[in-house]
Design a protein around this ligand. Structure first.
Ligand code: UDP
Ligand code: MG
Length: 318
């Protein structure tokens, strides 16, 4: 059996179209499926839509409802925890991850060795030039600092049970599905797809949200930024040694006042570099703080079938 994991946040307008398409694409398959739908604290009628889907779907549905919006990463984790299949497919509910690709992903997985099948975006569509540039820049930075190549990566992935179990067992609170599944290092293969535009509703990621995501993912995968500060410090030290010699020399020669602009510049440059370094250290401390608090990633308010019907040890908390 294969489990489908679908995080859902305010997708009332997209859900039924998505489900129809999904059922169509999987109808011909002789594999068994189950679906885990996670309502990530939607404020629209997504939960009602999920419940009605659960009533008359040909694919058995488990549903989880968070007490509030905890974010897609939390939803993916909760979904994976609820899966029982030999493999799990994580996908979006807005048809930007075409269900038609699933049979192909399953084929790769069934061929043996492959533990992770990643759907990779062929090109980024209907996004503004600025957003595309931002994405390129971010993946560059991520690659440079963590040594992992994620260009074009999406959250549309098939994971073998082994990979699912390892992912669930990871201890960290701050999670990045795309990065961590690569980090696990299982035998992986990529299948390409052209991401269509959303079938309904709109994307949930504003520019501010994306910036925060970029910052926290890079910080949690790399300490290179901290080391860069050290390098700047070393370069500054060497520079200041040279400058000290020059300053002393000028003083002995008797023309000391001329360097006033240099003093101002040095104070400005050094001051801002110190502040930048402090801020960066602060970012890491904030991340450490978030980790040591060990708060659950999500709180479940409701689930279907109701808790008595399914084995839910370990599922109350993230
Ligand atoms: N999503 C979620 N929680 C959130 C934001 C999004 O579960 O806080 C879900 C959303 O319902 C969709 C998927 O994550 O199924 C991708 O979201 P979206 O389409 O907005 O992102 P984009 O495709 O623009 O990257
Ligand atoms: Mg989308």
């Amino acid at each position: 059996m294969i489990s489908l994991v679908v995080p859902i946040y305010n997708e009332q307008s997209a859900l039924s179209g998505f489900w129809q398409n999904l059922e169509q694409c999987l109808a011909g398959s002789d594999t068994q499926f189950e679906a885990v739908l996670i309502d990530d604290g939607s404020t629209d009628s997504s939960w009602a839509a999920i419940k009605s889907l659960a009533n008359d779907s040909t694919i058995p549905i488990k549903a989880i409802r968070f007490s509030r919006n905890f974010g897609k990463e939390a939803a993916i984790l909760a979904g994976l925890r609820a899966t029982t299949g030999q493999a799990a497919v994580v996908m979006d509910a807005d048809l930007q991850h075409p269900p038609a690709l699933i049979p192909q992903m399953i084929e790769h997985w069934q061929s043996g060795k492959i533990k992770v099948v990643e759907a990779v975006k062929r090109k980024r569509q209907d996004e503004s030039a600025l957003r595309r540039l931002g994405a390129r820049l971010y993946y560059r930075l991520f690659n440079l600092s963590s040594g992992m190549k994620l260009d074009g990566a999406s959250d549309f992935k098939l994971l073998d049970r082994a990979a699912v179990d390892q992912y669930i067992a990871l201890p960290e609170v701050g999670r990045y599905f795309r990065g961590l599944t690569t980090w696990l290092g299982f035998e992986a293969i990529a299948v390409e797809f052209d991401p269509p535009s959303r079938n309904a509703g709109e994307s949930h990621w504003g520019a501010g949200h994306l910036l925060r995501l970029a910052r926290s993912t890079i910080i949690s995968f790399s300490s290179l930024p901290l080391r860069i500060v050290t390098w700047f410090g070393l370069a500054g030290l060497i520079f200041s040694l040279g400058l000290t010699i020059q300053t002393l020399w000028y003083k002995w020669q008797g023309y000391a006042e001329a360097g006033f602009p240099t003093v101002i510049l040095l104070i400005l440059v050094m001051g801002s570099m110190i502040l930048l370094g402090l801020g960066l250290i602060g970012e890491y401390i904030a991340e450490i703080y978030r980790e040591v608090k060990r708060r659950p990633l999500y709180i479940i308010a409701q689930s279907l079938p109701s808790p008595g019907d399914i084995d839910d040890t370990d599922r109350k908390q993230g």
